[in-house]
Design a binder for this molecule. Structure first.
Ligand SMILES: NC(=O)c1ccc[n+]([C@@H]2O[C@H](COP(=O)([O-])OP(=O)(O)OC[C@H]3O[C@@H](n4cnc5c(N)ncnc54)[C@H](OP(=O)(O)O)[C@@H]3O)[C@@H](O)[C@H]2O)c1
Length: 382
């Protein structure tokens, strides 16, 4: 029986992880569930999963569920408790599914403790990829991607020589505005931007998909996860979201991974590589799908993608800045403070003001992150 801790249990990935665990109650139990503010969802999950610990990183949310948890489930509060329990030797694996760089300290604690980590939180690798992967190598922690594209690459690499890889190609659906007249994008409303055509996800990543900042983050994530240089990483638009990624080898062979767009597939893969776990996702019927389309990414429509090359080839400060400025701008759009097109232009402006420098410690990561957030707030306030 593997004991699982879920960071970000109350979110979209967290709830999908709970779904897979509940389907395989003979194989998995829950050690700790960590949420932030959604107390009601946490009470529901605790009733279904009966974890040993529940942590709410928000104090008020923790107070709101006091006395509402099933008997025997212990309650803790705050990020320090989440960090401590992420490294608890009593759990075997951590599913890292908090959103944003807020997820970094607890996920890194899990990695440093040598645990297997299912990594949904791409912002961890974008902000601290070098430190994170070095910590995994030092502790022997296995990091298994949960992002569908990276889980696809992971599968396409199994049993193959890493040195023979010519190109890793991540697919992108193009989001809700793939075919919309670009001259109307400045009028996009929040409800339109979060309505992804293929995936049911949290608000932040849905908007990142609409701007395609999500693909920028994913390319940086792939750089660290698979130790690949910028010239071996690319993205292609694939509206059906059936092919999740492709790996091209030196001999011209291209391996692709296909599945219906449902996050329970990569979550199950991260929980247990073999034997494969049943997930309940619909079977892929290619005769019914009929056609799979691919097209090059249009940088005029998706200006975020024009930033990726410089960030991939640059020093760590650029990726940290891009991520922090994007988190601020994404939130500002959701709060009605800026328009849709201002998200990427804010990130671009902040990027143009920072020094392209290497970052060696976590303290430096947070310094660069804080500076970028302040700059982004200033750009937004203008
Ligand atoms: N959803 C997907 O299909 C998908 C696919 C690939 C990768 N990912 C990645 O997985 C991560 C989670 O995405 P999601 O879509 O599941 O997000 P989500 O639905 O918005 O859930 C986010 C989770 O993080 C918690 N959280 C929010 N702010 C926090 C903070 N300041 N401190 C601690 N916890 C905090 C939330 O808690 P409360 O809700 O309790 O406040 C919730 O449990 C992201 O990094 C995303 O890029 C998601």
């Amino acid at each position: 029986m593997k004991r699982i801790t879920i960071l970000g249990a109350t979110g979209s990935i967290g709830c999908n992880t709970a779904d897979v665990i509940l389907r395989h109650a003979d194989k998995f139990s829950t050690h700790t569930l960590v949420g932030h503010q959604n107390g009601d969802k946490m009470v529901e999950l605790a009733q279904q999963l009966h974890p040993e610990w529940v942590v709410m990183t928000d104090e008020q949310a923790a107070a709101s569920i006091q006395g509402r948890l099933p008997e025997g489930v212990r309650l803790a509060c705050g990020m320090d408790a989440a960090i401590e329990l992420a490294a608890d030797p009593a759990s075997d694996m951590v599913m890292a599914a908090m959103v944003g760089s807020a997820g970094l300290p607890a996920t890194l604690a899990a990695v440093r403790s040598g645990k297997r980590v299912g990594l949904a939180n791409k912002e961890c690798l974008v902000t601290a990829g070098r430190i994170f992967m070095a910590a995994a190598r030092a502790s022997g922690a296995e990091v298994v991607p949960v992002d569908s594209e990276h889980a696809a690459v992971h599968q396409c690499l199994q049993g193959h020589d890493a040195g023979s890889v010519k190109q890793v190609i991540l697919t992108a659906s193009g989001g809700p505005f793939r075919d919309r007249d670009p001259s109307t994008l400045h009028t996009v409303r929040v409800e339109e931007a979060v309505a992804h055509p293929n995936w049911d996800m949290g608000a932040k990543i849905s908007i990142d998909s609409a701007t395609m900042m999500n693909k920028v983050l994913e390319l940086i994530e792939a750089r660290w996860l698979f130790d690949l240089p910028a010239e071996k990483l690319s993205a292609i638009i694939h509206p059906e979201s059936i092919v999740h990624a492709m790996v091209e080898y030196q001999d011209g062979s291209v391996l692709a991974q296909l599945a219906m767009p449902d996050m329970r597939m990569p979550i199950a893969y991260a929980l247990q590589l073999a034997p494969r776990l049943a997930t309940g996702i619909p079977w892929l019927d290619l005769a019914k799908t009929g056609t799979l389309n691919f097209q090059a990414v249009d940088h005029a429509r998706f200006p975020a993608m024009a930033l990726v090359d410089a960030v991939l080839r640059g020093e760590d400060a650029l990726a940290i800045t891009l991520n922090a400025a994007n988190e601020v701008a994404n939130h500002a759009f959701r709060s009605g403070k800026i328009g849709f097109m201002d998200i990427v232009s804010t990130v671009e402006t902040v990027l143009s003001k920072v020094e392209n420098r290497a970052v060696a410690s976590l303290d430096e990561v947070w310094q660069v992150d804080a500076y970028a957030r302040t700059m982004a707030q200033e750009v937004i306030a203008r």
